[in-house]
Design a protein around this ligand. Structure first.
Ligand code: SF4
Length: 673
């Protein structure tokens, strides 16, 4: 053999393998590191995909150390890799914890950027505008404005998470941020020192760009818009928590006219009009330059200002009537399909809104030149009108049109029924390599459902089982002789069994429901029967509930769908997850009904191909709350008899972790003793 031949560079997979090896660099950088075969296998598969291209759909079971497994090949690839997570918690973990760990292990400084949605960053322009109008604000808003102003002096990022005591839902914050609709882009006087621009510039320089699905989809949906695109191009993408992608795509690739959108538009348009004061006149004249256009400027014409203000008020009034009509039509449900009959009835108040917007547009365009804020209002008015016209004529059968009520908010929406093509063509288009991963993607060992719905048919697949030993760490309780879940006796039976189980687990449980009504009914009974501290969803904000649950010994939390995912309570505080029913999506929901119908129209079986796999993955997410470390032990209880009495129950059982099964509450007590 000739010794002067250049040595071939080891493949990415080989380099990655060495990092995860026993006594390798990761072991040196991470205290308590234990080599895990599953982690190595997944890391190697990611490396092969990033190097050779194509799509990998991988279920990486709990406890394998999934994020490090994809970060190491991503960093070692030397190319820009986009990483998208479903939740902010995971995004934080990847950026603040895992990236530095990989950097230490590889002894390099990883050039990573963290990108959040626009409304996390202060908009200097809107802040300036609000400050000018501060005298008219309530005292509490003025105090917050001063507080934000003091922070603004020192911040480099403009990211709200730096302001520790800022309440989660402070209404004022949305007045000092800019959605892509509100942003003036290059016409903005603060463009040069804009925080969103800076974030985008930082990301453009970074090798690892960490986003979340909301930003990924928002970006993909406005890619053709002028200032919408913020995420830099990347041929390599890793989508974690991929089971959440379909929902987020549905949200961002639909059309919606909401009370919030119309209110914000009217508020911004009114503010932009109101700002045409003597001082604004000076600003605007400067903006027009010395073109001599001042004489014709709208600023010098009070009739123009009055006419625009009146038109904005007309839009506001017509909007209120329209949304009141929608609320009436929605009846008692939160979401109601827009039937042809409803469409006819809401058409007239809807057309009143479009007419009012037309009139506003007419007034704004009566002048050749407008300041940037009013130009932006004009564009938004046109977009709002176009969307409303589309929503009032529900004739595109690729979309389901429905009314949605959320507290005081009302929305008219059109959502795409099938999103696989959208994911493929808009979110993943142009990528050389894509990794779609999550702890739950396979149903009864098959990836058909996940791959089909994520637009990844034909992708390579990999299933890495959990690192946890469910045979010894968990027990699965399936009660005998439960009533049919469709009968009123069922909730009563659930309440009795939950009370019994809680006494044996000494509280320390999540009791998860598929509906608020069932949760309330069962809670009312259990509350009288047990002495453990109980918390119930709706009695306090989600973060406060979780904080109190963690801080209270032997606590029990009763909750519905929003707690089925992404909640982490390690250790003894959570020793049982009890689930009342198999979490089938409600067939009465407009989107679910439309998806069922679309499959049926194609001659497919929606129950087996959509409803069962969907419910299975939701169930696995709920159960996944229980065992978070190798030291955790606990009870999984599913009280729905269909798991054992129906044929499809086998598919659920085949997907569950391999914990021993019992129907004996004494066995549960012995296991937890
Ligand atoms: S460019 Fe957009 S986000 Fe930035 S300061 Fe201006 S309006 Fe605000």
């Amino acid at each position: 053999m000739r010794s002067d031949l250049p040595t071939a560079k080891p493949s990415l997979a080989a380099q990655v393998n060495a990092v995860f090896a026993d006594g390798g660099p990761l072991a040196g950088a991470l205290e308590g590191f234990e080599p895990r075969p599953g982690q190595r296998e997944f890391a190697e598969a990611v490396a092969n995909t990033l190097e050779a291209g194509g799509t990998l759909v991988a279920e990486a079971g709990t406890g394998i150390g999934k994020t490090l497994a994809y970060l190491v090949p991503a960093v070692l690839s030397g190319q820009r890799v986009l990483i998208s997570t479903g939740t902010r918690n995971l995004q934080d973990q990847v950026f603040y914890k895992d990236v530095p760990t990989v950097g230490r292990a590889l002894n390099i400084e990883v050039n990573a950027a963290y990108m959040k949605g626009r409304t996390n960053y202060l908009c200097r322009h809107r802040f300036d505008r609000l400050q000018e109008a501060a005298a008219g604000l309530p005292a509490s808003d003025r105090r917050w404005l001063a507080h934000i102003g003091a922070w603004l002096e020192a911040t480099d990022t403009g990211d709200r998470s730096e302001i520790e005591d800022l309440p989660d839902h402070l209404p004022l914050w949305s007045d000092v941020t800019a959605t892509s609709e509100q942003c003036l882009g290059r016409d903005c006087p603060r463009y040069a020192d804009c925080f969103v621009t800076r974030m985008r510039d930082r990301a453009a320089e970074a090798q690892i760009v960490i986003v979340n699905h909301h930003l990924l989809c928002a970006d993909a949906s406005v890619r053709r818009g002028a200032f919408g695109e913020v995420i830099p191009e990347s041929e390599l993408v890793i989508i974690d928590e991929a089971h959440q992608l379909e929902d987020v795509v549905t949200q961002y690739f639909g059309v919606a006219v909401t009370t919030h959108r119309l209110d914000e538009f009217c508020r911004d348009a009114a503010a932009a009009t109101g700002a045409l004061s003597a001082r604004e006149a000076m600003d605007a004249r400067d903006a027009f330059g010395a073109s001599g256009a001042h004489g014709n400027s709208p600023i010098n014409d009070p009739r123009f200002v009055d006419a625009v203000s009146d038109a904005v008020s007309d839009v506001e009034r017509a909007g209120r009537r329209f949304f009141a009509a929608l609320r009436l039509e929605s009846g008692p449900s939160d979401r109601a399909t827009m039937s042809p009959e409803i469409a006819v009835r809401v058409r007239e108040p809807g057309l009143d809104v479009t007419a009012a917007i037309d009139s506003l547009v007419g007034r704004l365009t009566s002048r050749a030149e407008l300041p940037a804020d009013l130009t932006s209002a004009l564009q938004r008015a046109r977009a709002l009108r176009d969307d409303l016209v589309r929503l009032l004529s529900p004739d595109d059968d690729r979309y389901v049109h429905f009314i949605e009520i959320r507290g005081r908010g009302v929305a008219l929406r059109a959502s795409p029924i099938e999103v696989a093509d959208i994911i493929r063509d808009s979110v993943l288009a142009g990528r050389r390599a894509t990794v779609l991963t999550s702890a739950t993607l396979a149903v009864d060992g098959s990836f058909d459902y996940a791959a089909r719905r994520l637009g990844a048919d034909g992708a390579r697949t990999l299933r890495v089982p959990s690192e946890f030993d469910f045979r010894t760490q968990a027990i699965l309780f399936l009660p005998d002789e439960m009533p049919d879940p469709r009968t009123p006796e069922f909730n009563r039976a659930v309440a009795w069994i939950v009370s019994d189980l809680l006494d044996r687990t000494r509280g320390r449980a999540f009791v998860l429901f598929t509906s608020h009504a069932a949760m309330r009914e069962v809670f009312a009974v259990v509350e009288r029967r047990v002495t453990w501290p109980l918390f119930v969803q709706g009695s306090a904000p989600r973060t406060a509930l979780l904080r109190d649950f963690r801080a209270t010994p032997n606590a029990v939390l009763f909750a519905t769908s929003s707690f089925w995912q992404g909640v982490d309570v390690a250790g003894e505080a959570l020793s049982a997850v009890i689930i009342d029913r198999l979490p089938f999506a409600s067939p009465g929901d407009p989107l679910v009904a439309a998806r069922i119908n679309a499959l049926r129209t194609k001659g497919r079986d929606p129950f087996q191909e959509y409803q069962v796999p969907f419910a299975t993955l939701t169930l696995l997410q709920g159960l996944g709350r229980l065992i978070r470390t190798r030291a955790d032990r606990g009870l999984l209880a599913i009280l729905d008899p269909r798991l054992t009495t129906k044929g499809y129950g086998r598919r659920f059982l085949g997907s569950l972790p391999p914990a021993p099964i019992t129907s004996d509450v004494e066995a549960v007590e012995r296991f937890l003793a």
